[in-house]
Design a protein around this ligand. Structure first.
Ligand SMILES: Nc1ncnc2c1ncn2[C@@H]1O[C@H](COP(=O)(O)OP(=O)(O)OP(=O)(O)O)[C@@H](O)[C@H]1O
Ligand SMILES: [Mg+2]
Length: 357
């Protein structure tokens, strides 16, 4: 599964146009596709005419409700094309999650835990670098940056590069960047100079195929369909098929196994041969226990051992598929799992960590 977000903090540079039409092109190439709308403006959902009367959950619910699975929020657009639609509620998420640990990991955690098998997941993002865009980038192993021939668009590109460098240095998360030129009027001198400038600065990550300027892209968005469902758009369809093929040929830097391993480091319990591995970093602790529903919330819980190789306290349990609430007891103090962003409030008003096996 390749997870690609479409990001540029510059508004109106073609993120949604690229997300919708690239997704449709990949479906045409026989790929199983999931499009996630991470923009409170919900342009990708509107641009595909998602029938909101049939929708029960949106991206907002997926990110805010720990028990909700990815599959609960998917709207089946066609046989091989699913979408998680957005709603304006998503704009409140930033505030609701502010100050909460792990707030950037919700989407990645849901994707890592999903049993759905897609060839590609494409995530449309809003025109800023806030919690929603961080969720998209952390969930992704690749990012497409649409740039239109304007220098503001390039500013967005430089800022995004800085953000990706930060993700690499802070949490060792690599996101491979592909730059896609959009809205190009090839005949103008300015456009040619712009392409030369991009080639000079970013050649290795610049995509060969470009998206032409055409009013048909605007028309298709207004009609709520992709370019492939518009009449007389053969040349534009070929353009997006070429982009899809170029993307397909590029191999991602990280495969899903690596992503899952990385997710586990960030999201607490992970699957190992012996079962589910719980771990916590508590360097000065004398004793650490794991307790939860599986241990009848016993105060003694299940004893954890310090692993001499990395200093983490660990225990592996065999658990049947299901939901489990748990906490660690570190030198007698009950705490939630600091690496797991999924929590539920218990009857004492405190947070238990939530694990879905
Ligand atoms: N290649 C193109 N030719 C002509 N119009 C285009 C092209 N690409 C995008 N547009 C139009 O430009 C406008 C902005 O595009 P789009 O919504 O895809 O940008 P965006 O980056 O998603 O915007 P936002 O930052 O608000 O999410 C839309 O009206 C869209 O139809
Ligand atoms: Mg958009």
């Amino acid at each position: 599964m390749r997870i690609i977000s479409v990001v540029n903090q510059k508004g109106g540079c073609g993120k949604t146009t690229v997300a919708i039409n690239l997704a449709a092109a990949l479906v045409k190439l026989g790929k199983k596709m999931l499009l996630i709308d991470m923009d409170p403006q919900a342009h990708a959902s509107l641009g595909l005419n998602v029938p909101y009367e049939d929708i029960t959950h949106t991206t907002y619910d997926l990110l805010i409700e720990p028990r909700l699975k990815l599959s609960d929020t998917v709207y089946k657009f066609s046989e091989d094309f699913d979408i998680v639609p957005s709603s304006h509620l998503l704009s409140a998420l930033e505030q609701e999650l502010s100050g909460k640990k792990g707030r950037e990991n919700h989407l990645g955690s849901k994707l890592a835990r999903s049993n759905e098998t897609y060839d590609f997941v494409i995530i449309d993002s809003p025109p800023n670098v806030g919690i929603l865009t961080f969720n998209a980038l952390i969930a992704s192993n690749e990012v497409i940056v649409p740039v239109e021939p304007s220098y503001f668009s390039l500013d967005g590109l430089d800022r995004l590069k800085e953000t990706l460098e930060l993700l690499k240095s802070e949490i060792d998360h690599t996101v491979t960047m592909h730059i896609l030129i959009n809205n190009l009027e090839k005949r103008t001198t300015f456009a040619r100079d712009f392409v030369c400038e991009l080639e000079r600065k970013h050649e290795p990550i610049l995509m060969n195929t470009t998206v032409s300027h055409s009013v048909r892209y605007k028309e298709s968005a207004l009609k709520g369909i992709s370019i492939f469902d518009m009449p007389d758009t053969g040349h534009l369809c070929r353009e997006f098929l070429a982009i899809a093929e170029e993307i397909e040929e590029k191999s991602p830097v990280l495969d899903m196994e690596n992503i899952r391993g990385w997710m586990a480091r960030l999201h607490g319990p992970s699957v190992v041969e012996e079962g589910i591995l719980f771990s916590i970093d508590a360097p000065s602790a004398e004793n650490v226990y794991l307790t939860g529903e599986f241990a009848s919330w016993s105060r003694n819980g299940i004893s954890m051992d310090r692993d001499s190789s990395d200093g983490l306290w660990k225990v592996a349990l065999k658990l049947e598929p299901g939901e489990y609430e748990y906490r660690f007891i570190v030198d007698g103090i009950w705490i939630k799992d600091p690496k797991n962003s999924d929590t539920v409030v218990n009857e004492f008003g405190q947070e238990n960590s939530l694990l879905i096996v």
